[in-house]
Design a protein around this ligand. Sequence first.
Ligand SMILES: [Zn+2]
Length: 488
Amino acid sequence: MKSTFFFLTSLILLCNVTAQRASAPPLLIIQNIQVVDVKKGALLKDTKDIYIRGNRITGIATHANRYPKPDTKVIDGSGKYIIPGLWDMHAHPDDPEMWRMPPDAASRDLLLPLFVLYGVTGIRDMAGSMETIKAWKTNIKKKELLGPEVFACGPLLDGPNPMWDGSVGIASLDKVRIVVDSLKATGADFLKVYSLLPDSTYFELSRYAKSIHFPFVGHVPFTVTTVEASITGMKSQEHLLNLLIDCSTVADQIYNNTLDYGDITDALDKYIFRNNLIMDTYDPQKAKAIFKVFVQNKTWHTPTISMWYKNAYFEEEVKKDSIYYPYLPQYMRKYWQPEVNDHLQRRSPEIIDLKKRLVSRYLQVINKMNEAGVKLLAGTDMGANPLCFPGISLHNELALLVEAGLTPAEALKTATINPALFLEVEKDYGTVTKGKVADLVILDENPLEDITNTRKIFAVVRNGEVLSAESIKAELKAIEYIQADPKD
Ligand SMILES: [Zn+2]
């Protein structure tokens, strides 16, 4: 009963947005607001009045006391700041890793509003079924589901024995074209290659995808270096995989499997030894040369440092993050428990210590990459990874990028203009500019002074529809009630 009642309440809330639109005034004005120019990393001179009609920004003018027509909706932006809607460039709202739980589709779909309610108006979906993704896109477009703009790759492309459910295992070189063509035909926006792809298959895939101008991104496979992936045109590299190996002086020994482990025989001990050695043999000159290759080839990087951080500090962070659990579907809460989660196995004090040191090293490397001009994207890996919540994690990612050494303005770019440039949709997204889609976040305080101010959301505008702080609260409450009730 409870769940049905609140589901209806929620539907009414969600429909209100639609109903308001049907009878809504044609013009919305956000008055007297400070606009954050994310390209310049500065506020625009003078406060502005922003005009929105339908789902587009139709004008931006220096603020003046005007008397809008009675049917115009006005938001008083005095003392507030406006930024472009944020993008999570590595998200898994239907993570195949969790299909074993199995997900309840209705509660899973309620992960999508959470992005928008926390100011994330666009995502790059990094693995899943194209059917589910298409259904989301349709329902979001029809305003039956509150959700972000979605760009997606569909299933992961992995080796003959894929790591996760739902992946396409490419068994031989002659299958590469068939797989790429069929994925393109299903409407995928790009391809995502995965860790177990043999190097020969990867190289064949990169050649073919390049020849048909179809972008591919992903995990640099275990047997491929980050430089090889960059040269062969991988458009974005995820999670900084293989990067510390490549920056070390023992890289060749690791790829050739000739590393001398002394008398260590246990696999886990070898893992610890190898990673310590990689960090100890980090060569700044080698790193510099690698970053240069990334810049030359326009290779983007999505560090997902908040994922690495939440994993390393899980025991401390799980307590702090308990406030967000009520918004999660039951199957996800279950999968995030240490007893069942694949990412939380074998947590000896030694392993936890190693993971924390790896995070520190990643933070230093991110800073060096940024200084070298490597292009960065904000991504969270939300999904199967514990404590990587939809929406809120993006704010964690931005804060960690600043901790790494980026300025708040540089961090903000990784979630606004950079995603738009990467996805080649700059004419519609990425800045607060006349003519672009009205995906916007109004903040109570200046994010250029303190990046954690991105959490102080006064309102979200998604595709021209306004969600006030009160309606955000009400939506969250409705989601909490639906997700509280375990399905029988
Ligand atoms: Zn991922």
